[in-house]
Design a protein around this ligand. Sequence first.
Ligand SMILES: C[S@@+](CC[C@H](N)C(=O)[O-])C[C@H]1O[C@@H](n2cnc3c(N)ncnc32)[C@H](O)[C@@H]1O
Length: 230
Amino acid sequence: MSAHHTTETPELAFSRKYDYACAENYFHKRQSGMARRLSHWRETQIARHALQRAGNPASVPDLPCGAGRFWPMLLEQPKRVRLAADNSTDMLQVARSRQSPEITRRVTTLQTSAFAIDLPNQAVDCVFCMRLLHHIGDVAHRIAMLREFHRVTRESVVVSLWIDGNYKSWKRQRLERRRLEAERASQNRFISVRSTIEAEIRQAGFGLNGHDDFLPAYAMWRVYTLRKGA
Ligand SMILES: C[S@@+](CC[C@H](N)C(=O)[O-])C[C@H]1O[C@@H](n2cnc3c(N)ncnc32)[C@H](O)[C@@H]1O
């Protein structure tokens, strides 16, 4: 079924860490304690808003779906066709076993890389991509992934990432400057400079249709709605 056309699919080192134990841990971690539950609630709120801005699209692959924590929100729209995809088969297995049966029976899962999505051109209305792009440190890889989203979507993309220009990014950048060279080499989460990521988004063929910040001026998380051809 794949209509992917590039010759090489990047395989990033961080992608390999999502085995079964890591997937189980991710599921439990995201719902442990008040702070994480509050964070999930706020993230869900801004993701829902980003989808509203995209016109409440009907066909929305959750890529990567991880342990499926956004499935209940995505299924709030009764007519939404639900596809959930992830590079890790263990993540997909944990998502299917941990989400409620009422939810999972409405979801079809697909193992695929976000760099070579196993879907034809313009197969969906909107790609929903939470907490992946901030793991991609290489500009060529980020643009390759955004271009792949551009290939499979007819209309829009909702994507979350870390941006600069807030208290948390200032603190993290200060910490990173103090890190040893060896520690920096194993870094697998990156802050994007706003103007740079927005230029990369345009380079991949999208226009910016708005954004929401998790906690403006304080937190790094931002969710963008991208519109094709805008
Ligand atoms: C931090 S988790 C985020 C999952 C989910 N979106 C969430 O917010 O809970 C990152 C996910 O990306 C997946 N992943 C890593 N590399 C990937 C790739 N190249 N293509 C698709 N998924 C990938 C991992 O398996 C993992 O489930």
